[in-house]
Write a protein that binds this ligand. Sequence first.
Ligand code: ADP
Ligand code: MG
Length: 497
Amino acid sequence: MSFDNLGLSPKVLSAVTAAGFETPTPIQLSAIPLAVAGKDVLGIAQTGTGKTASFVLPMLTRLERGRARARMPRTLILEPTRELAAQVAEHFEILGKNHKLTVALLIGGVSYDDQNRKLDRGADVVIATPGRLLDHIERGKLLLNGIEILVVDEADRMLDMGFIPDIERICKLLPFTRQTLFFSATMPPEIKRLADKFLHSPERVEVAPQATAAATIVQRLKKAPDDAAGKREALRELMREIDVKNAIIFCNRKKDVGIVYRSLQRHGFSVGALHGDLDQHQRTATLDAFRNGTIAFLAASDVAARGLDIPDVSHIFNYDVPIHPEDYIHRIGRTGRAGREGFAAMLVTPKDFKALKAIEKMLKQEIPWIDGATALAETSEASESRTNGNGNGRNRGGGRSRRHKGPPGKSDQVTQPHRNAGNGNGANKRDDHRHDATHSQHKHHGERKETQRPAAHSAPAPVERPARPTAQPASSKGQQGMGDHVPAFMMRPVRIP
Ligand code: ADP
Ligand code: MG
């Protein structure tokens, strides 16, 4: 398969070749011909599958006709973060190198003057975050009645960041006859509602099923203790253990991003940090240093790293188990992109078992433990194909439902001790982080706080992992009352015969 028969113009095709794109990704293959033909497209595909080029290439082709007028851009792309907006602008630079298009990047943290100059001269393409775009509109610097194509990109992230009302406002200012291209990694109901409202008989293009990780990513787990110092040591072990070229280290909270960053620096790692409190200049500088290899590691929070286009990250380290399972997919989607091999390892403390189970349930796959894999060097391949493959004798779903035989209320007992045991002061702890949340809410409401929301599926207390097929029924009794305490033997990796 090549880009040749998708309806793209010769100028666009030559830039695609120059960019080194040889084969279209599945979403590109399906979405490009529809978008070139002027249809509304609803594109759903996981992170890292090339959604950006799915709209940039057809837009370039369609923009070859007609020209820009001052303050009346012809196309508008909405992005949830400044980084993502900047990355789309880069795509236009590279893929649009044969076009003389003016691209205006309207993002926060940058002066209005430059942006205004671009708009006054006449921009063909406006790439914007919703807030800054509305600011420009309110200042009378921008008219949206000339918009021919609207792109709403990373729609599920827009939802996470509370931008849906802004998008609705913006959509109402656009001509009814425009073409709309709508992209998202997932389709929660609120996003579906938005798509139904603003797309006209769209062609729905859905590529990978939701909640799957690229098959090229090797995933592993590593045991870590509960205490922060021990956990950081486990992280360093992980980083030294494996042949790492460059890696992103994900933390659940921005506070921990700072702590991990400083700790790694003290231990001589070449590291940068990315979180919501840094200004645009700092973020760009850090990202550039990471992209060009000046720093090898990047400690980051989910929001700061969302959708980042860093082509060759060899490893992902999850310092924390993400609270929401879908974040796991987004995080590890930073490696193993465009068919390359990637490696993702995650630290798991005894408190994380429930969140881990929720992730494995979503993946429909158990993630092997790194320690077990090293101990069993030759069999690790076999265990991998067993966990990934279907049709092996081990039916986890069946085992799980048997364990849940008890009355429905019982599973609540499992969720309850999930709060920090040993602290003895659960109530205060909660107040603290609620305070923390409101404190910085207005600054960047997208940053995820340490919410101790129980996982959607309340898993039973930790069980030995790769169990023999006959081992499951034995666990149906006396296991749920174990609470937070996990005996050491349960944390030990199990040898696969
Ligand atoms: P998404 O928006 O789906 O998360 P991106 O559009 O950011 O993904 O693309 C991820 C990476 O894949 C980018 O580095 C991009 O340059 C690269 N890429 C996209 N399409 C192709 C292709 N057809 N061949 C090779 N690399 C590609
Ligand atoms: Mg994207």
